[in-house]
Design a protein around this ligand. Structure first.
Ligand SMILES: Cc1cc2nc3c(=O)[nH]c(=O)nc-3n(C[C@H](O)[C@H](O)[C@H](O)COP(=O)(O)O)c2cc1C
Length: 434
């Protein structure tokens, strides 16, 4: 067993445990999602378990799946949510999501630095290039992945320059001389690039705890290249062990090519877990979470992920590499499409197996269903195999499943020396060891 490394654990505040028909259970507690008090309660549970950070994904459009039979009180701005949570917590990191495709970097740099300031050094930024939502930001269609990543690169560069434009050291507070700040240390950035023109400096000084850690999600070839050049952590879609080993070793190789030490970058897949006292109960939770996925809905999801229409086939027909559509056709996310292509090419699964894959039913996350011991072994297996540096917990099934995570699973990881029992720092940088 691995003894010299420790897991890094984040906790997602998106209500994944209410998916499918799970919210309809009489004791689901779904009404609580309407109030920030509930999220603050969960944040405190995660902090009590000494987790590294809280996390929230974000999308800038209302998808049809958000309405109708799925539990949803809308999607508040995660940075605003974390501002409220910051004031009710002390140590846990707060990783918000901000799209580089739709926001002006000056506004984003200011919001992130503000969160960093009011949480006392606990902010993190999950950089996303987004899949949809262009219609809410003008008449232009969604830019190509190449353009989105080129923009993300420049956006991130501008953010970093803005954060450095007003260094913490510029604040002097020297009563004797009457100098509150040193204007010579505050400088404009005069950025003029392909996408942005920004003069600077930023309206507030950098927090004394240091730079805001960067996360990134999106793992196509250009996505990996961008992530490995800049990210401290990667939120990864990792449906199986093989794809995880490949992804982490490739990202580490690319980081070295960018002149970075690979251990400075953590690969953190989403872990969508369904925990119960018995395997049968856990499986029942899993089925409830997917009960809304009729066969017709699964075929439609498959078509939207990779442009493959299998609706004319029997469920036990085999799917082969020859049936895959042109790899160069535009897809919503190359990451999800490539994962599924590789799975089909390697295993020639049945139609039913393809329709049950995490890439089709969700966001291609690692699904683990069973008792605390089962999920624990799953985590240890991936950690020892070098597929992960930790994970972002996406609780599935029920509040009880989440309670088992906090009350049993995390303590087991601590007992095995794989996770901290106390915080040693109070900033996100310190938790991540950077
Ligand atoms: C695990 C994962 C999580 C993502 N989370 C978000 C998100 O919260 N908001 C968003 O707008 N896009 C999100 N994306 C989309 C990516 O930022 C990116 O736009 C998309 O995956 C296309 O890039 P790719 O071709 O590299 O996959 C996510 C993608 C992945 C793989």
């Amino acid at each position: 067993m691995n003894t010299d490394r420790q897991l890094c654990i984040g906790f997602s505040l998106s209500a994944t445990w209410m998916k499918g028909h799970s919210w309809r259970a009489p004791d689901s507690g779904v009404e609580k999602l309407e109030s920030i008090d509930y999220y603050i309660h969960l944040a405190k549970l995660a902090e009590k378990a000494k987790l590294d950070f809280l996390f929230r994904a974000d999308y800038l459009y209302v998808s049809p799946q958000m309405l109708g039979d799925s539990a949803n009180f809308g999607s508040p701005d995660p940075t605003v949510m974390f501002a409220a949570i910051a004031c009710a917590t002390e140590r846990i990191g707060l990783v918000t999501t901000v799209s580089t495709t739709f926001n002006p970097p000056y506004v984003a740099a200011r919001q992130l630095q503000s969160l960093h300031w009011l949480s006392n050094g606990r902010a993190g930024w999950n950089i996303v290039t987004s899949i949809e939502g262009a219609e809410n930001f003008g008449n232009s269609p969604m830019p190509s992945p190449q353009v989105r990543y080129a923009k993300a690169k420049e956006f991130t560069h501008v953010m970093q320059k803005l954060w450095a434009s007003f260094p913490h050291e510029a604040i002097l507070v020297d009563r004797e001389s009457g100098k509150f700040s040193d204007p010579d240390q505050v400088a404009s950035i005069d950025h003029s690039g392909e996408f942005f023109r920004v003069k600077g400096p930023l309206t507030l000084p950098a927090h004394k705890s240091g730079a805001i850690p960067l996360f990134q999600a999106g793992a196509s070839d250009i996505g990996r290249d961008f992530a490995s050049s800049v990210a401290d952590a990667i939120f990864a879609a990792m449906p199986d062990l093989e794809s995880g080993i490949e992804l982490r070793s490739d990202l580490r190789r690319r980081a070295e090519q960018h002149g970075r030490h690979p251990s400075t970058m953590k690969v953190l897949p989403g872990l969508y877990f369904f925990l119960a006292d018995t395997r049968e109960e856990a499986q029942a939770l899993f089925e409830l979470a997917n009960a809304h996925f009729s066969i017709a809905r699964r075929h439609a999801a498959l078509k939207s992920v990779m442009g493959l229409d299998l609706s004319g086939f029997e469920l036990n027909d085999r799917v082969t590499a020859a049936m895959l559509p042109d790899p160069n056709q535009p897809v919503r996310s190359r990451t999800h499409a490539d994962l599924l292509r590789r799975y089909i090419a390697n295993y020639e699964p049945t139609v039913a197996e393809v329709l049950a894959r995490p890439e089709v039913l969700g966001s291609a996350h690692w699904v683990s269903v069973g008792t605390v011991e089962d999920v624990l072994n799953d985590i240890i297996q991936r950690f020892d195999a070098g597929a992960i540096d930790g994970f972002i917990a996406l609780p599935g099934g029920s509040e009880q499943s989440m309670a088992l995570f906090f009350e049993k699973l995390v303590p087991q990881l601590v007992e095995r020396g794989l996770f901290r029992s106390e915080y040693t720092g109070s900033t996100l940088r310190e938790h991540l060891g950077i």
